[in-house]
Design a protein around this ligand. Structure first.
Ligand code: PMP
Length: 401
């Protein structure tokens, strides 16, 4: 059966790439953009820009109003509880750094900062470095042999010294969903703050934060068909009130003299300097676009393609699939070919997939490999893209094996 995507035509880059003979299967690195986002950026820049929260002129007020509305739109999309705020950052990486620095004063020597063994460097290094600065202990929740989080072992590692739990919703390498609910409840029962890294998860299933109950949730707009340079930090107001600001500059304060300052509460107290205004306004257009897509059809499309991708890889000898991928991406190695050699030949045939450590070097060590290839899907991919990938893979293997 030829699986086509009803949304492909909404992404002009796909046709342009096709003209150049290129196939894009690297959406987990960053996603192509829908036409409404391009229109919104063009509109904003062509109609006259203004800075937000500063100007008293009409243009400034209009821009500020539109900017603030996007916060509400994002909160609605995340099904965020009312006692919460949306903070705009430059990406997931910046959002997690904001949290690690914001919580620093509360971390004492001997406290435990918990992460899982499959975290992206963006959700490992800020906590690793915080632990080193404060004499705290980084606790790593282990994986079982199949690459799934070992829930029983994990639960035994969350205890009275746990101050933070920072964990992914969906692995960007193994493609598996993590069992968040029991871990969140257990960590919060110990008085710890829970940070969920939704950078990969939100692309395939927007969370219901009312149900999830985490204290903080972060993601990047560019992976979910929005512009780059923009991230989102959701926080419960009570949790945000515990954070110290970490970047200092314009519009994040109520009052300052030369020697002391009084800072604003969230969100503005955590948005020092001119924010990525065009990206925020553009993201609103992406969200409106995503809203009118039938979610069930979208998920079903990705699942069918994902299953074809998995089956095709499983049928080829010498391929080892990493973990037990559940959503829209598959990482793999070949028993006798180096990943970068394979990736090079696949790339020469016009197919874009990712290779390397996927910003998860400790996970690669755990799996006993020095890198892997990853094919990842967006809602615009179709069966023809997969066929092109398999053709390229087979030709590369013919040359290399
Ligand atoms: N966490 C996960 C799970 C990711 O997949 C990514 C992006 N690949 C990040 C964090 C970092 O996101 P960014 O580079 O946009 O800050």
């Amino acid at each position: 059966m030829m699986l086509s995507s009803p949304w492909r035509a909404d992404f002009p880059a796909l046709a342009n790439l096709a003209h150049q003979g290129l196939v894009y299967l690297d959406s987990a690195a960053t996603a192509q953009k829908p036409q409404p986002l391009l229109d919104a950026l063009q509109h904003y820049y062509a109609q006259g820009v203004a800075n937000v929260h500063r100007a008293q002129h009409r243009l400034g007020n209009r821009t500020t109003q539109a900017f603030e509305q996007v916060r509400e739109q994002v909160a609605h999309w995340l099904q965020a509880p009312v006692d919460s705020e949306i903070i705009f950052t430059r990406g997931t990486t910046e959002a997690i750094n904001l949290l690690a620095y914001g919580l620093e004063a509360q971390i004492q020597p001997g406290d435990e900062l918990v992460i899982s063994a499959l975290e992206h460097h963006a959700n490992l290094l800020p906590w690793q470095q915080l632990a080193l600065r404060r004499g705290a202990r980084l606790v790593v929740l282990p994986l079982d042999a199949s690459g799934q989080l070992d829930l029983v072992a994990a639960q035994s590692l969350i205890g009275p010294r746990t101050r933070t739990l920072a964990i992914s919703q969906l692995s960007n390498v193994l493609g598996n969903w993590l069992p968040l609910k029991p871990l969140i409840q257990q960590a919060q029962a110990q008085g710890a703050w829970v940070v969920v890294d939704g950078a990969q998860g939100i692309v395939h299933q927007p969370p219901n934060l009312k149900q999830l109950g985490c204290d903080f949730y972060v993601f990047s707009s560019h992976k979910v068909y929005g512009p780059d340079g923009l991230g989102v930090l959701y926080g419960r107001r009570a949790a945000l009130a515990q954070l110290q600001p970490w970047q200092f500059g314009g519009e994040m304060l109520d009052h300052t003299d030369y020697y002391r300052a009084q800072f604003r509460p969230a969100p503005l107290g955590f948005e020092a300097g001119t924010p990525p205004i065009a990206s925020v306004l553009g993201f609103a257009a992406t969200l409106n676009y995503l809203y009118q897509i039938d979610q069930a059809a979208w998920i079903a499309h990705e699942q069918r393609l994902h299953s074809n991708l998995l089956t095709g890889l499983q049928q080829r000898s010498g391929i080892r699939i990493l973990g037990q991928p559940q959503a829209a991406l598959v990482s793999f190695t070949h028993e006798s070919v180096h990943p970068s050699d394979l990736a090079q030949l696949i790339s020469e045939q016009g197919v874009a997939i990712r290779t390397g450590s996927h910003c998860a070097q400790p996970l690669m060590q755990h799996l006993g490999i020095n890198g892997a290839l990853r094919v990842s899907l967006g809602l615009y991919n179709d069966q023809q893209d997969l066929e092109r990938f398999f053709q390229a893979l087979d030709q590369a293997l013919e040359l290399l094996v």
